[in-house]
Design a protein around this ligand. Structure first.
Ligand SMILES: *Cc1c(COP(=O)(O)O)cnc(C)c1O
Length: 339
């Protein structure tokens, strides 16, 4: 029994999802004639109470498209130092948009309104890059699945409005945050100009992300997607997987969160473990003791066919997801409790 907790992107389509894909009605999406893609876009726009949505192959592309839409070359965006848009999108911010990043030293990947306000370059001071966009991430990936306090998001929104800045959310795992916090998708839709959501993480679709936003920004999204090479044809087969995932795999995410919690408790008792970061959703980051050997720790798990990620410097990561079954969970807990 292989237990793969390196990422929630490793999930494979279930039988039910595959059947939904097989039955999808399709057309040419570049002509906007794919009924399944159109349905997914309408569904997500409605869910967030936003004007329109557009289906993309990846979450990197939705983020990069949003950055392109909100900025001009030479300008600057503000984000946390852990931001996916800065760390894990291949340098796309500079490559695609010619934009620099002002990185803030936030807490677990989250920044505050005060930090944002202090980091805006004065628009009339032409020596510095013009600040034009703020990007948040929720939940945070490198920050260990932490969720923003929505009140802070509203404060940041106010700073953006007062300073004429775009406000984008990298909501790759917003689905997880929505399950554990009190806000609704419409609250998020009302707060941001654009939001990117992934269908390929905990929701378990094989691919796809959606950019949803205000019309003023979405007007440019089709062109930018084309420029980035993201126009796809009979992609309704994949969009149908996304629709299926929202219906069947979203509200069950609290099971993934519960499993991550239980693993964190077992890890706290483990003699090789120095510190476990608080678990809020499905990501669990922990540090080994200085005298514990990271490679040996991972090897011992691999000998049991249990796979997790090393983030370097004794930091390890576990991500729970719907392919991580109760049976696997039981076995992993047993293993952690016998050392
Ligand atoms: C996974 C992820 C993305 C998008 O990744 P793709 O692999 O390009 O779909 C964006 N932001 C965050 C925080 C992510 O975890």
């Amino acid at each position: 029994m292989r237990i793969d907790l390196r990422s929630d992107t490793l999930t494979k389509p279930s039988k039910g999802m595959l059947e939904a894909m097989m039955q999808a009605e399709v057309g040419d999406d570049v002509y906007k004639e794919d009924p399944s893609v159109n349905r997914l876009e309408e569904h997500i726009a409605e869910l967030f109470g936003m004007d329109s949505a557009l289906y993309f192959p990846t979450g990197s592309m939705t983020n990069q498209a949003a950055i392109k839409i909100h900025t001009q070359p030479g300008e600057q965006l503000i984000a946390d130092k852990y931001a996916h848009v800065y760390n894990y999108e291949g340098g796309g911010v500079s490559f695609n948009s010619g934009v620099s990043c002002r990185l803030l030293d936030g807490h677990r990947g989250m920044i505050t309104a005060d930090q944002v306000e202090e980091s805006i370059n004065p628009p009339d001071f032409y020596h510095s890059p013009l600040t034009s966009l703020v990007c948040l991430e929720n939940t945070t990936n490198k920050g260990g699945g932490a969720c923003y306090d929505f009140r802070e998001i509203l404060k940041i929104k106010k700073v953006c409005e007062d300073n004429g800045l775009g406000f984008h959310l990298d909501g790759a795992r917003l689905w997880n945050a929505l399950v554990v916090t009190d806000e609704s998708p419409k609250d998020y839709g009302a707060a941001f100009d654009t939001i990117s959501v992934c269908l390929s993480k905990g929701l378990g679709a094989p691919m796809g992300s959606v950019l949803v936003g205000k019309q003023k920004f979405m007007d440019k999204a089709m062109r930018v997607r084309k420029v980035l090479g993201g126009g796809m044809r009979q992609v309704g087969f994949a969009a149908a997987a996304g629709l299926y995932a929202l219906e069947h795999n979203w509200q069950r995410m609290d099971e993934d969160h519960k499993k991550a919690q239980e693993l964190s408790i077992a890890l706290m008792k483990h003699p090789d473990v120095a510190h476990v970061e608080p678990v809020e959703t499905n990501i669990l980051i922990f540090n080994l003791n200085a005298n514990a050997n990271e490679l040996q720790f991972i090897q011992k798990l691999q000998d049991e066919d249990i796979h997790i990620s090393a983030l370097g410097k004794g930091k390890l990561r576990i991500v729970t997801h719907y392919d991580y079954t109760d049976q696997m969970h039981k076995r992993f807990l047993e293993f952690l409790n016998t050392y």
